[in-house]
Structures are given as structure tokens and as C-alpha cells.
Design a protein around this ligand. Sequence first.
Ligand code: ZN
Length: 509
Amino acid sequence: MSSSSPSDQAAVLKEVLEALKAMQINQVQLASHVDAISGRVNILAGIKEVRDVAAAAAAETPSSTSTPLSKAEKVPSHDETHDHAVPQSPSLPSTGIPPGVDVMPVPTAHVPAKSVTSRIILTTYPGQSGINPLPMDWGHKDPHTRGPVVVSRNQNTVRRRNAIGAHGGSYSIYYALAVASNEIRADHKPDFTNTEPAANIGPFPQWADKKKIVSMDPLGHLAPWIYKDLIEKENSKCHPTKVPDGKICLNSSGELAVTKFAVEPVWYLPGVAERFGIDEGSLRRALFEHTGGSYPELITRGDIKLFLPPIGGLTVYCFGDPAKMSDEKVRLALRVHDECNGSDVFGSDICTCRPYLIYGIEEAVKEAQKGGSGVVIYFRKEGRALGEVTKYLVYNARKRGADRASEYFKRTENIAGVKDMRFQALMPDILHWLGIKKIDRMLSMSNMKHDAIVGQGIPIHERVELPESWIPADSRVEIDAKITAGYFTTGHRMTEEELSAVKGRSWEE
Ligand SMILES: [Zn+2]
């Protein structure tokens, strides 16, 4: 090997690295298969024990309702004071045990009529009988080859599902409440009459690039119509994951219109993992464990590649003709805004969120009025995606200490463990969906947003910072800390010393 050139050596090293990476992926997959198998074995063992005990009890004392059982596997009896509609564990009541092993029965006597079925499907496995997911070829340009995203868990569709999670993000919990309290029938079929998109977007070549769009369904807004026949045949629910809600005039002469597009996230897990430079197995495992084990199929169903995460989505506000967003011949002004309820809605002056949002809207409208296109995209990522509770803990700590710009990021990191969890890596997907190929005026100073967009091959021609006069006094701490940390500015970047002199209002004030 002494004669090999450095480039040969680099190539060999790269090969070795690739091989190691492949081994790592295999190992993670193997581990999840082992987990899956042992999970099934445990359930089988539990069911068998219950059956054996029930059979023995029936032979001895036919009239008994409180059968003695081994302590750990005690089966709930009808004499006990618990809610019979609540499933206890994989150990089952002796009646109604189904021949299938992956489902567990729940006593139905106390269950309100028809909103739920008698069986709860805990999880599924690829080789399980009846499991036959609808084909999903993510990124295929023919919608029918690509296939619809089917996530519903109702009795008819659970075996045909090709996505994990639930529609509506965090709102799926309210849906669960509505079902549990009989406000809605679990078999309700949406009537999509007249709900078609208000504006026509695409299709763009980016829609058929599985590397360009990994965090939303590019066909989601058309799903009920593209897949109408299939939905009827399968009796499945197929929600649109994007709902444009129409046009409204903005000014008295009625010349301006805003078109809104609401998007809920649909994650193509291999693509999301790649965006973050991690392997799919690690991503699935972290998602499973840190949602309290809410989605076992992240582990058991490696064949299902889609996940609808329980997080907020985004809204696109388009000023001017929506067709202009993808027209390279006209100028485009863009603000990508992450939610900050306290400032955006309630006008808190501790940060620059609301001023920048308003400035972004004004500049977007101006661009549209000049014949170009103006776009504001609003992401539900409250408090840097740390949530409002963490945000207020940080506010309290800042205001009880010396609220200095030099301590701004440290305070968040001390409490949350990270400075920021917004992870802009997935953000540019929406730009690809809108067909945006370049941005003339980017109304943002964030280097993370800038780098993510440029990294996706969309050039930014001009970055526009928030004018000084728009910055509230108390928010200097935030904006100066950000600028010093690398946010875009055409002005002065402070030294550490200057930064420590920037102070906000104190707790007492
Ligand atoms: Zn804010």
C-alpha cells in the first residue's frame, strides 16, 4: 500500500467508513427485531397463562368470579373496583380471548355504543397475518405509484396503514377526547365537498425528489381527490394534510389578497434521518422513547417509513398571485417566522418577534404591490421549540439575575440543555413545495435559517435585518446576543465586553 496515492487512501478510508455505517444500521435493525420478537413472546406468554388459569378455574369452581392467580399476572375480576373499560395489562380477563394473539379484548359492557371496537391493537409487526400496508413509494412522481398516506387506526384500515402516528399533530389528543366522550363517532367520514385548495400550487419537480421534501406530504392537499377511488374501496380515512383556506382582500380597494396554506408534518423517516446526519434506527428509537413509548410501531414496523409527529405545523401567508412564488422572473420577499405567542399575539416587549413579524408582513406586501411575490411562513415552534413553560423559566431566571446579553444563551442552555431546538434542517421543505427557487429579500437575521435554505440549493440574494427603530428597548438583550452569536447584521457586532453591558429591565422594574 506504500505506493498508493493519498486519494487512493482516502477512497479506501471512505469505503471502510461506509461499511462501518452499514454495520451500525444493521445492528440497530437487528436489535429492534429482537425487541419486537421478545415483545410478542411476552404477550403470548401472558395470554397463555391467563387461558390456562381460566381453564383450571372453570374446571374447579365454575361459579367463582375471583379466581386466584399468580401475583404478578393477576387478572382483574369483575368484583374489583376499577373501571372495566380501562385495559389493565396484556393479561386478560378469561372471557372473550380472541384466537389472534396481537389483539386484546376489552370488556364491552361499559363501553359506550359503537364509538370503539371490542379489541385494542397494541402494536403490529411486518410479518403478522393480515398486515398488508398500502404501497408507499415516497418521492415517486406518479401519485398513484407513490400512494396515499394512510394513518388511521380504525378496524378497517389498521392493517393497511403505511404511516405511524395520527393526523392533526398535537390536536390528535383532542380527537381522542372527542371519541372517548362520544362527541364524535370513530367511524365518522369527513365530507370534503368544496374543500378543494383555493389556489393551485405545482406540481413542481421538487415534489418528486425524495431528498428535497422529507417533512411534509407534497400531495397532501389533493389526497382526498387523487385517491378518491382507493379511499372508497379501502374504506379508509385520508385527511388532507394541507388546507388552503381561501382569499381575503387586505385593503379598501381590494387589490391585495392573501392566500393561506396550512401544513401538518408528515415525516419520511429515512429522509429526516439523513437531513440530521444520523441513522434511521437511532431516530426511530429516540422518537419512541421520548414520546413515552407512544408509538411502538416506530420499533416494530421498520417497513413503515412515514411518521406523523405530534407537533405543530406551519402556515404559509402568500401576498399577491400564488403563481408568482415559483416564477423566477419576479422578485420574492420571504419571512420565515417561528411562533412566539407572548410577543406575536400579546405584544410582550422582551423580544423582537412581533416587530419582525409585522415588518416581514409589511415588506412582503410591498414586494407583492410592486408586482413581485411576498411570503410569510409561520411555524409552530413556540419558545425555540422548547415550549412556553421552559421559555418562562428562562425569563424568570434572566429577570431575577442581571439580565445581560452576554448571558442570554447560557441561561437557556442551563435550563433546557440546549440553546435552541428549532432545528431548521426540515424548514426548507415548504419552500421546495411552493416551488421557490431563489429568494431576493430574506427578512430574517437568523444564520440557522439562512444556512438551511442555502444548504438546500435555494440562493438568498439579500438579507434584510430588522431596522433599529423597530427594536423595543427590553429586547436589546435578545437581539444583541443573537447578533454577537452570528446572526446577520450590516451594523456593528459587539465584543463580549460590550455585550455584557447590554442589560434588560430587572425583576423589580
Ligand atoms: Zn419572542
